[in-house]
Each structure stands twice: as structure tokens, then as C-alpha cells.
Ligand binder design. Structure first.
Ligand SMILES: *[C@@H]1O[C@H](CO)[C@@H](O)[C@H](O)[C@H]1NC(C)=O
Ligand SMILES: *[C@@H]1O[C@H](CO)[C@@H](O)[C@H](O)[C@H]1NC(C)=O
Length: 232
């Protein structure tokens, strides 16, 4: 991970677009807290760290640079059952990295104690399987908004448009090869990167090329999420 920023810093190449696509849904670690940390390291901290490392290296461009975080509907605020956290994460001006960190720590405490006071997912099996993933994507969505807000005042020619999107259930190892094609999954991310600057927005959540907001969507997928939980 250090290599790319370093190469860029030495001017070997420059950057206009970044699509944060790395993601995992499960960890095979039997320790619940360590498992959650593994998922968070890839889906949240890795993305956050990489983006912060690369942001200074974006080349000014009339078309504006683009950052697209591949996220998930799973991380919509609808999945955060606890009203205190829902409120904190939906705030505009008061939302920052510390709030997101406290949210993560509250969840890790839940995992250590074997309870669910943050997400409040009624189905225990789904909580066990998807809690870490849900949490990581909720953190990712919130962080997208924080960074978009912090970058929003850049002047013309130096703009960075930051958004996140849900690819839908896409046929990869993570979904046990269920779901639509990779091309279809990538469509909205590619569209966000190629859109003319005059049509770009920042700090939004997209599904199927539409701004769907951060609160609520439960688009019915033809595949039951539970059927993707790997056999133990
Ligand atoms: C992210 O950066 C922090 C602070 O430098 C570091 O402690 C942490 O290990 C990094 N995590 C990942 C997954 O890169
Ligand atoms: C998403 O994008 C922002 C803006 O570039 C980036 O700083 C942030 O780390 C990303 N959020 C996550 C964790 O996905």
C-alpha cells in the first residue's frame, strides 16, 4: 500500500480518478472481535488510509478528479437501528472522523460482549454473518460524506467529486458467485468516473446511476442475502 503513494509522490505518474473497490464480507477468524477488525481494516480503514494518502497527489483538472467508494446498501442508515447512532451519523456539520471512530468502537464493544446495541438487526443469524460488513459500510458511507464536505470548497479546476455507490449483488467470490455480471456491478462506478464535470455532484450515494440518499433503501434483490452466507 505504501508503494503506490510513494511512486506518485516522486512524480512517476499522477492521478485523476480513484475507485476504492477492495472489500470483504466475512472473516474466518473465530474470535469475533478480531474478525470484525479484519473486515473493518479492509472495508473502512484501508480505504480511508489509501484515500488520505492519495488525495494530495490528485492532478488539478478542469474535469475535476473523482473518488468513488464501492459501498453497499447494507450500510444505509436504515441498518443502524440505534437512534442515537443514526442521528450522529446523519448529522451534517457535526459528523467527523471521531464520531465514526466512536461508532466503530461501540460496535466492537458489542461484539466483545456478544450483544447488538448499535445495529439492532432482528435476525440473529444475519447479524452474526453481516454485522461486521454492515458496520464497515455504514462507516464508509459516513466517511464519504465527511471527506466530500471537507473538499467541497475547492476552487474550479481543482475540484474532487467524492461519492459512494452500491454495485448490487455481483458475481464474485464474495457472493459465492451469485448475482449479476461484474460489468453490471461496475456500471455505476464507471459512470460516476466518466460523467462530465458539469453534471457531477459530491458526497452522495448511488445505486443504478441514481442518487438514493444515505437513509433508506431496501431494494428487493432477487437473491436472498442469507443464501450467500458461506457454509461453516
Ligand atoms: C491506517 O492508518 C493508521 C494510522 O496511520 C494505522 O494505525 C492503521 O494500521 C492503518 N490501517 C490500515 C488498514 O491501513
Ligand atoms: C471514501 O472516499 C473518501 C473521499 O475520497 C475517502 O477519503 C474515504 O476514506 C472513503 N471512505 C471509505 C472508508 O470508504
Amino acid at each position: 500500500m505504501l508503494c503506490l503513494p510513494r511512486k506518485l509522490a516522486f512524480g512517476m505518474t499522477s492521478l485523476l480518478q480513484l475507485v476504492n473497490n477492495a472489500g470483504v464480507a466475512w472473516s474466518s477468524c473465530p474470535d469475533k472481535v478480531l474478525a470484525a477488525k479484519e473486515v473493518l481494516n479492509t472495508n473502512y480503514y484501508g480505504v480511508k488510509n489509501l484515500t488520505h494518502a492519495l488525495l494530495p497527489l490528485f492532478r488539478p483538472s478542469a474535469a475535476g478528479s473523482r473518488v468513488v467508494n464501492v459501498s453497499s446498501m447494507a450500510g444505509q442508515l436504515a441498518a443502524v437501528g440505534n437512534n442515537k447512532w443514526k442521528e450522529q451519523l446523519s448529522g451534517e456539520d457535526n459528523l467527523n472522523e471521531e464520531v465514526i471512530e466512536c461508532f466503530i468502537q461501540a460496535y466492537l464493544k458489542d461484539r466483545a460482549e456478544g450483544v447488538d446495541t448499535v445495529l439492532l438487526i432482528p435476525n440473529k443469524e444475519v447479524f452474526e454473518a453481516y454485522g461486521d460488513y454492515t458496520l464497515s459500510k455504514a462507516a464508509c458511507n459516513a466517511h464519504t460524506r465527511v471527506v466530500a464536505r471537507d473538499l467541497a470548497n475547492r476552487k474550479e479546476g481543482e475540484k474532487v467529486f467524492v461519492n459512494c455507490m452500491c454495485p448490487g449483488i455481483t458475481s464474485t467470490a464474495m457472493s459465492q458467485n451469485k448475482g449479476h455480471s461484474v460489468e453490471e456491478g461496475a456500471d455505476t462506478a464507471v459512470w460516476l468516473v466518466l460523467r462530465p464535470a458539469s453534471e457531477c455532484v459530491t458526497g452522495k450515494f448511488f445505486l443504478k446511476r441514481q442518487d438514493r440518499g444515505f437513509f433508506y433503501i431496501r431494494e428487493a434483490f432477487s437473491i436472498d442475502a442469507q443464501s450467500m452466507i458461506p457454509e461453516k
